[in-house]
Design a protein around this ligand. Structure first.
Ligand code: ARG
Length: 460
């Protein structure tokens, strides 16, 4: 038997291998609720415009609710020979209400249907990720507040650079997360145009009301060009691009968790429940969750890459290539959601070893810049020259195997006679971070003010 949804002109049924490569039901069943919601909006509009009778529409609407109930109860049998979610739903509708079901597909096509369903699905996903990002930011703000004056080494090139506060470090990730949130919101705003009614590619001769369906589905307006409507997947690409950037942020943070938990650092600890053990080395406690967050970036960025390559060079309008937009996107967005949840859990529960951080912050001449700044401020020496004086003192301390603050005043004055013992106050790490009060700087006061400002912004 040929395919009952489109088999009119076919003399034989699809080959097994045709069916296998063609079917998308294995993955697009995921947007059954979006598909049914959109069908109901389309059906209501068809009746309002007198394209189908109200009596037929009523039957269709009841039937669609029955199908929805069956799927949600796990009583629905998805059939591969029916290819995709659209035809599975419609075919079951026909079993339930008879030939009237066939009126639902008036003035639409699977091409506009799938674009529409996927937009609705991505929109829901974006809203979910937005909420997750907010939770993640909240957890970071709590950690920042608790560590507003926890001193740690700030790094460049992963070499100790200057002391910073751990709270300030946490707030750097809040900034990233807020840009991520903004990108998701931008993507959502741009995708929010309804392709339904573009039909296969050219629009339709039926007097449909696209404004009505767009409004019913929470879209801002209908899409303007039927060809673009069915061939556009920018909304998936944009979402995956925003997801990729978020993923690399999470990955960078995960990498720090891995490094900071290692024996060489011991800056932080994760609770037992968020780590794993080794089957051979009884002493091990591994940051697997952080490692997996770091690694899952691969599949998220991979999904973006995969879809860019699918779309590249596709002629207008719809081509079946575009069915390949879903699986990797689903996987990437699921993965990102999982990573955000895991990261939020780790951030909420990690313990900070303040002594270790502080000790490390005082190593490797981390306050050399403070010394140079003091020479500029107190002695009126140009910064470049102060830099040179400080460099000489660092070399001296290195030679003596001591810290800058261990150099005697006589040693210092031998290099720069103007130095007084007031210099020692700026060589401590607490003074160093407390002095960094410039806008966006690391001082504990800045951290506290930033946390407060972020909380107010998020509450709006
Ligand atoms: N399953 C298809 C997809 O995901 C739906 C659209 C099919 N359209 C078509 N003309 N065969 O893209």
């Amino acid at each position: 038997m040929s395919n009952k949804m489109w088999g009119g002109r076919f003399g034989e049924a699809p080959d097994q291998i045709m069916e296998e490569i063609n079917a998308s039901i294995g993955f697009d069943k995921r947007f059954y609720s979006q598909d049914i919601r959109a069908s109901k909006a389309h059906c209501t509009m068809l009746a309002k415009k007198g394209i189908i009778s109200q009596a037929d529409a009523d039957q269709i609407l009841v039937g669609l609710d029955t199908v929805l109930g069956e799927i949600e109860a796990g009583e629905f049998t998805f059939k591969r020979e029916l290819e995709d979610i659209h035809m599975n739903v419609e075919s079951r509708l026909a079993e339930l209400i008879g030939p009237t079901a066939g009126r639902l597909h008036t003035g639409r096509s699977r091409n506009d249907q799938v674009a529409n369903d996927f937009k609705l699905y991505i929109r829901d996903t974006l809203d979910h990720l937005d909420g997750q990002l907010e939770g993640f930011m909240g957890a970071l703000l709590n950690l920042a507040e608790k560590n507003a004056d926890t001193v740690m080494p700030g790094f460049t090139h992963l070499q100790t650079a200057q002391p910073v506060t751990y709270g300030h470090h946490c707030l750097a990730f809040v900034e990233m997360a807020s840009r991520d949130k903004g990108r998701f919101q931008d993507a959502r705003a741009r995708l929010n145009e309804c392709p339904l009614g573009a039909a296969a590619l050219a629009g339709t001769s039926f007097p449909i009301d696209r404004e009505m369906t767009a409004k019913a589905l929470g879209f801002d307006r209908p899409t303007r060009n039927s060809l673009d409507s069915v061939s556009d997947r920018d909304f998936v690409l944009e979402t995956l691009s925003a997801a990729s950037i978020t993923a690399i942020h999470l990955s960078r943070m995960a990498e720090e968790i891995v490094i900071w938990m290692s024996a060489g650092f011991k800056f932080i600890k994760l609770p037992d429940s968020l780590t794993t053990g080794s089957s051979i080395m009884p002493q091990k406690k591994n940051p697997d969750a952080a490692e997996l967050v770091r690694a899952k970036t691969g599949r998220i960025v991979g999904a973006l890459n995969a879809l860019l390559i699918v779309m590249k060079g596709l002629p207008l309008a719809y081509s079946k290539d575009m069915q390949e937009d879903k699986e990797t996107a689903f996987d990437a967005l699921d993965s990102l959601s999982l990573c955000l949840a895991a990261m939020t859990a780790m951030i909420s529960r990690l313990e900070v070893n303040k002594d270790k951080m502080r000790h490390a912050a005082a190593q490797d001449f981390s306050t050399a810049t403070d010394l140079a700044d003091w020479v500029v401020r107190e002695l009126g020496v140009p910064f470049r020259q102060a830099h040179h004086i400080t460099g000489t003192l660092v070399a001296l301390a290195e030679k003596k195997g001591c810290d800058l603050s261990d150099l005697s005043l006589a040693d210092m004055q031998a290099v720069e006679p103007g130095i007084t013992d007031a210099i020692y106050s700026v060589l401590g790490v607490d003074n160093s971070v407390a002095s960094r009060t410039s806008f966006g700087g690391t001082s504990p006061d800045n951290v506290r003010a930033s946390v407060k400002a972020w909380r107010e912004r998020l509450a709006k």
